[in-house]
Design a protein around this ligand. Structure first.
Ligand code: TRP
Length: 473
């Protein structure tokens, strides 16, 4: 039995790899990974993240692509078809629904942060940051801090940039699978990668490159498990492990149907394991490169690695201010960062749009507009949590943006990932799985993947969850 997607198909396997990489590579790699690494003490966070990618996420990613390829529709309808096909409860479609909700919530703040990147384009283009060349180190830190602060503390400006970003996203999603999505990603991913390499060259030339390098790769689990410890007896916390796992799911765009819906547009004969591995390698390299660029700048300028969400916006402009052709490279970099964010944001909204189109009541264009408006409205919560609502901290001392961020990355994505692992690993027919993966059910690769998905992913995610709520301490 095979279905065809009403939304069209990728023109080639490479087009899928590009689009899925476009979804995976984004603010998660360049903005979120470095600041979280900085907050959770460096190397131990990085190694936990890498282990989660390899052991927990890669199997889930293959499962998600495979589900999409089988279901050929939006995550909601894919889960509905597949639950039926395997005689499972209708409730599995809720998984598709939670994905759509998670996507809206993530995009709501993603768009605000992407708006910061948009706002930095004119600042860099006008040479604002070349001023650092005549400043002392303390003046530099103060300067980049104040530029960042004056942006995020201004709700009107933030709303304007957020609106701009959502608007572009809507236009691109309305363009459809081949027109909008595919065209955009094929040229920008390589360009971004090359620019990152140029920046690594700059980072190597800074005086404290090795300190930055060591921060990222010296593994000291005390920093991760006993954060901010100054006393003799330190308090254990499972938060760091949970954050690293959440970041792994987030960075690979797992657990909300984005990769599932992209899998639905995959040509029938494509090898799921090969395309998935290519995406994982590309995504992980970009995150590591971003860290290798940012931490040497942090240490060479006396900044704090745990500066939080502003880290990238306070470090990279210094580099661009100081390096030759910095105005040009800096402008180009933020343009590419916005494009990388766009190729991610379209995947965050695509499951909802695909579903609306499948109901038969919407065109791609009207579905994009409706979803875009909803996300825009939710995004205002994030806009205000950096200024007029910065003191609103309803839970655990987290403001509204931090809560949405925590709820989606640390809870929703891994939980949906776990349920996907259970569905595919325990409830789906083995013959169907092997057929969609284009793997023989007797090959070693298949056995390893199936074992990881059936046992390791559910247990691993479960243990990290229980650990975070303190069950083992
Ligand atoms: N992975 C993207 C990034 O790193 C963000 C993203 C796009 C995403 N689609 C997703 C995150 C789906 C979670 C789920 O920037």
């Amino acid at each position: 039995m095979s279905r065809i997607s009403i939304h069209g198909e990728w023109s080639s396997r490479m087009a899928f790899i590009m689009a899925a990489t476009g979804s995976a590579v984004g603010l998660g790699n360049i903005w979120k990974f470095p600041y979280m690494t900085g907050q959770y003490g460096g190397g131990a966070f990085v190694i936990t993240y890498l282990l989660c990618i390899a052991i927990l996420c890669l199997p889930v990613m293959m499962a998600e692509v495979m589900l999409g390829k089988r279901g050929r529709s939006s995550p909601i309808n894919t889960m509905r078809h597949l639950a039926q096909e395997n005689n499972q409860s209708k409730l599995w479609r809720l998984l598709g629904w939670s994905g759509v909700i998670a996507g809206f919530l993530i995009l709501s703040y993603y768009s605000v942060i992407a708006g910061w990147a948009l706002a930095y384009i004119p600042s860099l283009a006008s040479g604002t940051f070349t001023a650092v060349n005549t400043m002392s180190p303390t003046e530099i830190t103060g300067f980049v801090d104040s530029v960042f602060k004056s942006l995020v503390e201004n709700p009107v400006q933030l709303t304007a940039w957020h609106t701009g970003f959502i608007f572009i996203t809507m236009l691109m999603v309305a363009g459809g699978v081949k027109g909008g999505l595919e065209r955009a990603v094929t040229f920008m991913m390589p360009a971004l990668f090359i620019l990152l390499l140029v920046l690594v060259g700059y980072a190597i030339s800074t005086p404290n490159f090795m300190q930055g390098f060591n921060f990222m790769f010296n593994i000291n689990f005390n920093d991760l498990l006993y954060p901010n410890c100054t006393e003799a007896v330190c308090k254990f916390s499972g938060e760091g492990l949970l954050a690293a796992m959440g970041q792994a799911f987030f960075s690979l765009s797992l657990g909300m149907g984005a990769i599932m819906v992209y899998g639905a547009y995959l040509p029938k004969d494509a090898s799921v394991s090969k395309v998935t591995t290519a995406v994982v390698v590309a995504d992980t390299s970009v995150a590591i490169l971003a860290g290798l660029i940012i931490f040497p700048i942090v240490f060479s300028n006396g900044l704090e690695p745990n500066a939080g969400v502003g880290l990238v916006f306070k470090t990279l402009p210094i580099a661009f201010g100081q390096m030759p052709f910095g105005t040009l490279f800096g402008t180009l970099f933020f343009v590419l960062l916005v494009l990388a964010a766009l190729s991610s944001s379209i995947s965050l909204i695509e499951p909802a749009v695909a579903w609306l189109v499948e109901t038969g009541k919407f065109t791609r264009a009207s579905a994009s507009v409706v979803s875009g408006i909803i996300v825009w409205l939710i995004g205002l919560i994030t806009v205000f949590s950096f200024n007029i609502w910065s003191d609103v901290k309803p839970l655990a001392g987290l403001n509204l943006f931090e809560l949405i961020n925590y709820l989606t990355s640390n809870i929703m994505l891994p939980l949906i990932g776990l349920l996907i692992a259970v569905f595919v690993g325990w409830l789906m027919q083995k013959s169907t799985i092997a057929e969609e993966l284009n793997l023989s059910a007797n090959s070693i690769g298949y056995h390893i993947w199936y074992f990881l998905l059936r046992y390791v992913t559910p247990l691993g995610v479960g243990i990290v969850f229980l650990n975070a709520i303190g069950v083992f301490s």
